[in-house]
Write a protein that binds this ligand. Structure first.
Ligand code: RP5
Length: 180
C-alpha cells in the first residue's frame, strides 16, 4: 500500500531534482553494498611488547589469534623507553575498536600494568624470560599489580595462552551482544 492509498489527504511528494537533473534517489547507496568500503579487518586485539627482542616469543599470541580468525595488530612500545607512546596508544585503544590488549615485557616488566592504568579494556600480561633471575623479575612485575589496576598474568613466555585468553574474552563479549 502506498502513502497516498493509506491517507488520501497526504499527497505523495517526489524526491527533489538535483542540479544535474538526476533524481535524488539515484545517489542512494544500494543497502546490500553500503558498507563495502568499511574496514572489516579492523584489529580486535592489540599485541604490544617492550622491545623488538620480545617479538619471537610474542608471535605465539598472534598465531593463536590468527587460528581463531581474530584480527590483531602488533606494536613495539616500552613503559620505560617510550612512555608517551604507551599512554597515547592505550588511551585511544577502546575508541579505535580494540577489545583486548596483550602486553608482553621482560625484566622490570611495567608495560602490562601501565597499559591497564590507561585503558578500561582487559589487559593480558605476558612476562618474558630475560637473561637473569629465571624470569622471576618479569613474572612478579606483571603479577603483583596494586589493587585497582587489574592485569591477567600469564605464565613466563606464555604468549600462546594470552592469545587463547583474548579469544575467550572476545567470544564471551560477542555472545553477550548477540543475547542483548
Ligand atoms: C624489556 O626489556 C623488554 O620487554 C625486553 O624483554 C627487555 C630487554 O629489552 P632489549 O634490551 O632487548 O631491547 O623492556
Amino acid at each position: 500500500m502506498t502513502q497516498s492509498e493509506s491517507d488520501p489527504q497526504v499527497p505523495e511528494v517526489p524526491f527533489p531534482e538535483r542540479p544535474g537533473g538526476a533524481p535524488e534517489t539515484a545517489t542512494m547507496p544500494d543497502p546490500e553494498h553500503a558498507f563495502d568500503d568499511m574496514d572489516t579487518d579492523a584489529p580486535q586485539v592489540g599485541i604490544i611488547m617492550g622491545s623488538a627482542s620480545d617479538e619471537e616469543k610474542m608471535a605465539k599470541a598472534g598465531e593463536a589469534l590468527a587460528e581463531a580468525g581474530i584480527s590483531f595488530e602488533v606494536r613495539v612500545m616500552s613503559a620505560h623507553r617510550t612512555p608517551e607512546v604507551v599512554t597515547e596508544y592505550c588511551k585511544a585503544a577502546e575508541m579505535r575498536g580494540l577489545k583486548v590488549i596483550i602486553a608482553g615485557a621482560g625484566m622490570s616488566a611495567a608495560l602490562p600494568g601501565v597499559a591497564a592504568a590507561h585503558t578500561r579494556l582487559p589487559v593480558i600480561g605476558v612476562p618474558i624470560l630475560g637473561k637473569s633471575l629465571s624470569g622471576m623479575d618479569s613474572l612478579f612485575s606483571v603479577a603483583q599489580m596494586p589493587p585497582g589496576v587489574p592485569v591477567a598474568c600469564m605464565a613466563v613466555d606464555g604468549a600462546k595462552n594470552a592469545g587463547l585468553y583474548a579469544q575467550r574474552i572476545i567470544e564471551l563479549a560477542e555472545r553477550g551482544t548477540a543475547a542483548g
